[in-house]
Design a protein around this ligand. Structure first.
Ligand SMILES: C[S@@+](CC[C@H](N)C(=O)[O-])C[C@H]1O[C@@H](n2cnc3c(N)ncnc32)[C@H](O)[C@@H]1O
Length: 268
């Protein structure tokens, strides 16, 4: 089951639904980009690894921050190309692999990565390559959407991971890994680490919606489960939800945050 430890998950299959399913509510993305701005060393030369549809890069560009974006998925980046205003400064896009960045040593002053390293086969190789391409005074910013530990989405994903593990999934495979590992990696190599709360907002979500996300394979944790056992896992998930999440159709009002982890001052 799954695609192995060394494959990466390109998001071609999610390109059409990505902005609709992962887009920020109005005003949130602007705060996410603005929170990063004071931490970007001058001259600002930013590389975004796993740039996707430019959910973050587009907003940095609006703040006059030039961005080079790299991604395995051309269909994801095509959405970004389509969304850029004509004639204005553009995100420079490169189709490539985070494990072998096509940049010279010390070429950029900041690397940002949002919801990426848990998808990269051999993430450690990719994170080492990030350290190669940043200038000695450069920063690495790793960010993600934070959900409370007891949010409906997290509870459903935890149950899903337990069920698919029982059916033989490799939990080290991209898509099933936890997102915190890069923080441990970069914290071990940087003398400075700050955690920044960029924005908080609320959403209304019902358990039924979270189950539908699994069923429709909205998120990568569904893609890595083979067709042979997917229906079995899904049936077990539904049975779990009937037991554990009363009132499946009642929306819950939940907190969301966007958090940046910013690293700098590299150890020799
Ligand atoms: C969850 S999306 C995040 C996109 C964007 N950073 C955002 O926050 O909206 C992950 C992106 O990483 C890309 N990706 C996965 N493995 C990669 C690799 N080895 N090299 C480059 N990009 C990769 C996927 O194609 C996808 O576009």
């Amino acid at each position: 089951m799954g695609s192995g430890r060394h494959a990466s998950l390109a998001f071609d299959r999610a390109a059409e639904i990505y902005d609709q399913t992962r887009g920020f509510p109005p005003g949130v993305g602007e705060k996410v980009a603005a929170a990063l701005l004071p931490h970007l060393p001058r001259p600002v030369r930013v590389l975004e690894v796993g740039v996707g549809t430019g959910r973050i890069a587009r907003l940095l560009l609006n703040l006059d921050v030039p961005v080079v974006g790299i991604d395995l998925s051309r269909p994801m980046m095509d959405h970004l190309r389509g969304a850029q205003p004509e004639g204005a400064a553009a995100v420079r896009l490169i189709q490539g692999d985070a494990r072998r960045l096509p940049l010279a040593a010390g070429a950029v002053t900041a690397v940002i990565a949002v919801h990426v390293f848990h998808l990269v086969g051999d993430a450690e190789q990719a994170m080492n390559d990030v350290l190669r391409v940043i200038a000695s005074r450069g920063v690495v910013a790793v960010g993600w959407n934070w959900h409370p530990p007891d949010s409906i989405g997290r509870r459903v994903r935890r149950a899903w991971r337990e069920i698919v593990a029982k059916h033989g999934a490799d939990m080290g495979a991209p898509g099933l890994r936890e997102m915190e590992a890069p923080v441990t990696f970069f914290r071990g190599r940087a003398r400075r680490h700050s955690e920044i709360l960029a924005c908080e907002w609320h959403v209304a979500r019902s358990p039924r919606q979270a189950l539908e996300d699994v069923e429709k394979k909205t998120f990568s944790s569904s893609w890595v489960v083979s067709e042979a056992v997917f229906p079995v896992c899904l049936a077990e998930l539904h049975a779990w939800a009937e037991r554990e999440l009363p009132d499946l159709d009642r929306p819950r009002y939940e907190l969301r945050r966007f958090v940046w982890h910013i690293f700098s001052q590299w150890r020799a």
